[in-house]
Design a protein around this ligand. Sequence first.
Ligand SMILES: [Fe+2]
Ligand SMILES: [Fe+2]
Length: 475
Amino acid sequence: MQLNERIPNNVDLSGNKRLLRALEHWQPAYLDWWRDMGPQGFQDQHQVYLRTAVSVDAAGWAHFDYVKLPDYRWGIFLAEPTPDRRIGFGDFKGQAVWQEVPGEFRNPLRRLIVLQGDTEPASVEQQRMLGAHCPSLYDLRNLFQVNVEEGRHLWAMVYLLHSYFGRDGREEAEALLERRSGNSDSPRMLEAFNEPIDTWLDFFAFTMFTDRDGKSQLLSLSESSLDPLSRTTRFMLTEEAHHMFVGETGISRILERTCQLMKEAGFSEDVRKLGGIEIALVQKFVNFWFSQSLDLHGGEVSSNAANYFANGLKGRAEEDKHDDDHVLNGNVYLLDLLDESGRVDRQEVPMRNALNEVLRDWYVGDCQAGVDRWNKRVLEAHGISDRIYLPSRKFNRGIGVYAGRHFDPWGQPLSSEEWERRKHEWLPVPADKDYLRSIQAVPVFKPGQFANYIAPPQRGINRQPLDFEYVRTEA
Ligand SMILES: [Fe+2]
Ligand SMILES: [Fe+2]
């Protein structure tokens, strides 16, 4: 079988011998990485009911079948080109988009692609041990769907590196398989992607909040003047939506079950004695992964962000929904900075320099909509007065003006001593993790059954019933 048949694609791989050779060289290293660092314990004897993209049209991108994980057909897909597409923002606004990388923007574009690419295998590495503790076959299948698609997103970025960045691109593509999440010698590039994801509550909070950072980054890259980058990221967004669905519904189902258990316990909040996850513990994981994901958007004031925008490399999310000239010369943003004593000091910043914060605003709004749905559809519907909330964007930050200072989840400043004394109220501690590990210790592999701490979903995948065998052991 030819490689170009094994790699589904709409980029005419068979007509581009140089690219084909480069990917032919990279593919075995990718498969080695997948076996080593992909889902542990499910590589050889399991068939998973997965969606595989075989083309970008509606019929082709959601093809479902059983597949062994290492045999998944990781493909290369770009969204269809927009005829006569023009640069939509920045100093080159109105000019034709680029089909090749302009020499002067080669380094920053490579940097943006490598940063995005690094997150994809990182999350697979972070999640590799979860399968053995799954709450159901439905959830196990969703975990693997997310994992194979993150693998495909890595392929997408590697395609760009190999196609447009020559030797440097090839070296970067190799390095993407060499760094390891959480490894102190060779860590992944961004902090949230070095944190362990060893409980299913971590996994759901990660796919809710950190995959959503992926969505904001992909939306801003899909505005790029580099048309192949725009088209690649536009197709990735269609897959990303499922990852956030997994996160949002995962937490929603945990809350649903928690409400049921609270009622059983006579409206007691102590659902641990019934094996549930109390709302306050869910809130801690929201606090942790939301604040980590805020950091991924970068510093509040950034000359890099300004240059990316000016040069048309990276726009705002949903650029055409912004009601301004899309050039942003002379516009200002009111930003809460801190003075020397740590007091909030609102200052006018040139808009282009505040674009990380503008993207963070979009992100926070998108997260808030999901949190509102949990509150309305689950907590309120059950008549329970507790609510999940997003912590202040000052809380638990490691990057930007609030890094190195302490705030409570409502944005009130704290001394270091107060923070040390009280942080366990707001962030997961080892005992919380131990508890979650104890309730997920025994995996649920029986079709149609769900762990005690999580409610079943409302419907199955691809209209299959809930007791469908989403993952089966090979006879
Ligand atoms: Fe991804
Ligand atoms: Fe994702």
